[in-house]
Write a protein that binds this ligand. Sequence first.
Ligand code: GRF
Length: 196
Amino acid sequence: MKRVAILISGGGSNMVALAESMVGDHPARPVLVLSNVPGAGGLARAQAMGIPTAVVDHRPFGRDRAAFEAALQAELDRAAPDILCLAGFMRVLTEGFVTAWAGRMLNIHPSLLPKYRGLDTHARAIAAGDTQAGCSVHEVTAELDGGPILGQARVPILPGDTAGTLAARVLPMEHLLYPAVLRRFAEGDKSPVLLP
Ligand code: GRF
């Protein structure tokens, strides 16, 4: 049984979808929800699901990313996860941390990578006149939003869409894509999940 830690910074809707999927004959179970933001909404949702939680506030560490990550690692050592899922986790991780978790850390990004790495993905897709948008799950490497793609889900961009209406169309697809990718990944299958 694979042990999965989920890292969040906010509401944790992707964390909930992942946690709810890890039941029955699923080869993985959630062992920790870890946030860099005290009071992040996802922490209460994880606690309500009976999942252990922890907080490592990044602010006291200032610019010392390595010290912050050492504190993250200390929490992770306690939970001993096999797989890390970044789910709305909004801190950039150093090459050292990413290398330590190479091949065992996933992230979901709200664009059809390699397009629109970074922030404000939906606004950028609309501004570019794209007719499609979506989300991607990828292995995390030192290159921000740049690792091997493990799954993608596409949605149409409709006339009059705003970043908000597009985000609302993409988010439910994230909640389908990420659990599907995690299940395959936990089974050792890296063949991409493509939705719909
Ligand atoms: C989602 O758009 C996800 O793609 C991005 O963070 C946003 C919030 O995710 N990574 P969640 O609701 O906190 O899971």
